[in-house]
Design a protein around this ligand. Structure first.
Ligand SMILES: *Cc1c(COP(=O)(O)O)cnc(C)c1O
Length: 293
């Protein structure tokens, strides 16, 4: 399955967007790429998949969809879930529960030790996936994405190509840069600063030279509402493409701050995550930043 690349005009500048958000409603964006190897794996290879992280995570929902498809049990470990969310499940959490996710709530003081225990206890029939899918299993699918980009670049005869995509764990940006050494990959961390992102990426290997981490002027906390993120989300949507409010908004915001530094063609790889916008928009509403129409 390949995704199309469409021209996109934003604030008077020309971009291209690789429409990975359109690959599948649940297994979309970079989660489709990172799980590609497992999507191709025969159902008999595993009995269960074990992972952990936040309860509105996009990776959680994608894994739930994958396991549902394969008939694998999906065990997900998280810190205790807010009682309101349990009473009225919403967003990615609701969808993952409907897909059969088995949730295990772990007290914060036991959380780190529990994760280490699960990691160490993994058996061949039980697949352990680190938070956010930050694992070498992601490489194959991201390499296929790189091949699609390379074929397009050659067909369009593009000399100077910059590829832009936001980072959580940095797994997508890392393997993309490694697969396309002639191209510059630009990214920005959705969580923490660039030192933190580099420490995450270094777990995968030596960080490629052609990977550039862009910093924002201001410090942002992960998945918190910010008026500038909401504003750019609406502006991008009005320009024709919906992006997610956590990674996409931050990436576009930071890209626009640095745009003069890059002369060439810019290809933004849509990282998906649109299923999380509903609950994020609710949070903006509660903060009084968004008005219901
Ligand atoms: C998971 C996710 C990311 C981060 O991907 P990494 O490979 O962990 O850096 C970026 N954007 C969206 C929408 C995501 O869901």
């Amino acid at each position: 399955m390949t995704s199309e690349i469409t021209p996109f005009n934003f604030r008077g500048h020309s971009f291209y967007v690789k429409r990975d958000e359109l690959l599948d409603p649940l297994l979309s964006g970079n989660k489709y790429r990172k799980l590609y190897n497992l999507i191709q794996t025969p159902p008999s290879s595993y009995e269960k998949v074990i992972s952990y992280g936040g309860t509105q995570s996009n990776a959680m929902l994608s894994l739930a969809a994958l396991c549902h498809l394969k008939g694998w049990e999906f065990h997900y470990y998280a810190k205790p879930v807010a009682s309101l969310l349990k009473q009225q499940p919403s967003g990615n959490f609701r969808q993952a529960c409907e897909l059969g996710m088995i949730l295990h709530e772990i007290e914060p003081e036991h959380y780190a030790a529990k994760i280490e225990q699960l990691r160490a206890a993994a058996e061949p029939a039980n697949l352990f996936i680190p938070q956010g899918g930050a694992a070498p299993v992601a490489q194959q699918g991201v390499e296929l994405l790189a091949e699609e980009i390379k074929a397009w670049q050659d067909a369009q005869n593009i000399q100077h190509l910059f590829i832009v995509t936001p980072s959580g764990t940095g797994t997508t940006a890392f393997y993309l840069a490694a697969a396309l050494p002639q191209t510059t990959v630009l990214t920005t961390p959705a969580a923490g600063n660039s030192d933190y992102l580099k420490s995450q990426m270094a777990k995968l290997g030596v960080i490629p030279d052609n990977l550039t981490i862009l910093e924002s002027e201001k410090r942002y906390h992960f998945a918190k509402p910010y008026p500038e993120f909401l504003a750019i989300h609406h502006e991008l949507k009005a320009a024709g493409i919906e992006f997610d409010l956590i990674y996409g908004s931050k990436m576009w915001h930071v890209l626009m701050q640095h745009l003069q530094a890059f002369t060439g063609t810019i290809l933004y790889v849509h990282s998906g995550g649109l299923s999380g916008n509903e609950t994020m928009l609710d949070r903006y509403l509660h903060h009084g930043l968004e008005t219901k129409d």
